[in-house]
Design a protein around this ligand. Sequence first.
Ligand code: FES
Length: 108
Amino acid sequence: MHKICMTEDVPEREARSYETPNGDTIFVTQRDGSFFAYQNLCPHLQVELEFLENQFLDRDQEYIECSTHGALFLVETGECISGPCQGQSLEKVEINVHSDGGIYLLDE
Ligand code: FES
């Protein structure tokens, strides 16, 4: 199992980008003490979501936002609730938080 980062690397209502061993770019975000990870690809045009480094959330830090056309995604499920890909979803990355404080990829 591959360790992505430690829980303290991803503060509440922030997000961080990481590269997986197979070369995918993913990001991890924290909401209400739970951690969620997604592939860094917008379902609209298959481009990376952020314009500035680690800026994956909207201004209110409520939703994940694509910087290209402003699609908004739910943090907990990755579902697009506004924008050109409404009804589609980000591709979830399965992670596990261990008692050592590490966040691990499940499928590597
Ligand atoms: S590329 Fe993400 S909303 Fe268009």
